[in-house]
Design a protein around this ligand. Structure first.
Ligand code: X2X
Length: 338
């Protein structure tokens, strides 16, 4: 520790106030400054662990590489951030495979097929293994970098302001917000609901003003976005799983020397694993928390919902859309779906 005279200490304290976000040690400008856009509120584990990653990156690269986080759709909705990522205006973006990414890479949506996954171990085996590697190679062909570890959004549950979902009949005529995506819309139409594609940034107000009756998201999002304030029931349908790819603009990434790339990617991937653990914890712990805030929970038997989907031709339709080969890659892990 350098001993400071009172005068230089005062001068430095002044500097620290001006650049309050930058720790003094790293007061010089970073050589690489990447922005990360996310679509969920600050307190969500995605942002909590992205911030931890950013701190570790600053420390381990001695301030050379800086990751600045813009959470909660500050930079626009998913479609806006995706086009910024592709143009290079935004260097990093955490994006669902099932919504806008699938407009560029149709097979990216495949992990979101309704009632496909038995449990988390099967899912992570597939996504940290062969299925994830295949999807990543598709993404990279389209000119984006996708880091190895997918961040967990979670198994999705239905919330509504009008009634709990117990059987598929409860979906009849229900106005549901879904993310802007063909697969999501098709799933909820097949279940009998009336889905509308809305960006997450507008979900709270769409529920509050009753533009829609319900939405579906994992407990961590229901909690972080305070959706319990405008919803009454939470039905544990587990109808779909979704996660976030950590995407990077290829041109920006290629400008980074490979040893620095290695350090940054390893830190981000490590924090993705920690985020998965936190989400797993919250899946259990948040239930009583949200119940205390007034949300009424019910368990759901998935069998009749799966049957409704089969009968409506949902699986057959998406098998054709994704193609035999991609479908076989999914069924290798989920078992026969159609
Ligand atoms: O838009 C949503 O519901 C969200 C936040 O879960 C996604 O990223 C798909």
């Amino acid at each position: 520790m350098i001993k400071l005279s009172r005068r230089s200490f005062t001068a430095m304290a002044g500097l620290a106030t001006i650049g309050a976000a930058v720790p003094l040690r790293y007061a010089r400008a970073a050589e690489f400054s990447f922005k990360l856009g996310t679509n969920v509120p600050e307190s969500h584990p995605l942002n909590v662990y992205a911030r931890k990653a950013a701190e570790e990156i600053t420390q381990q690269t001695d301030g050379k590489f800086e990751l600045k986080i813009f959470a909660n759709n500050q930079l626009g909705g998913d479609a806006d951030m995706f086009s910024q990522l592709r143009s290079g205006a935004l260097e990093c973006f955490t994006l669902s495979g099932v919504n806008v990414l699938s407009t560029l890479i149709p097979s990216a949506a495949i992990w979101g097929v309704g009632f496909a996954w038995k449990d988390y171990p099967t899912l992570w085996t597939a996504l940290d293994g062969k299925l994830g590697a295949h999807l990543r190679s598709q993404i990279e062909k389209s000119g984006l970098v996708a880091l190895d570890k997918i961040w967990d959004n979670g198994f999705r549950q239905v919330t509504t302001s009008v009634r709990p979902i117990v059987t598929p009949a409860d979906f009849q005529g229900l106005k549901m917000r879904v993310p802007v995506s063909a697969l999501w819309t098709s799933l909820f139409k097949a279940l009998g609901a009336s889905p509308t594609g809305i960006n997450f940034a507008e979900v709270y107000s769409a529920l509050q003003t009753k533009v829609v009756d319900g939405q579906e998201n994992p407990p961590a999002i229901i909690s972080a976005a305070k959706l319990y304030e405008v919803q009454k029931y939470c039905s544990l349908t587990n109808h779909m799983w979704d996660g976030w790819w950590f995407l990077i603009n290829q041109r920006a990434w290629r400008a980074v020397p490979s040893d620095l790339q290695g350090t940054v990617a390893a830190i981000i991937n490590k924090n993705a694993m920690a985020e998965r653990e936190e989400i797993a914890k919250q899946n259990t712990s948040l239930k009583s928390d949200l119940a205390a805030k007034g949300l009424v929970f019910n368990d759901v038997d998935p069998a009749p919902f799966r049957e409704t989907l089969s009968k409506s031709g949902f699986y057959a339709e998406w098998k054709t859309k994704f193609g035999e080969e991609a479908w076989a890659r999914l069924e290798e892990f989920t078992g026969k779906l159609a």
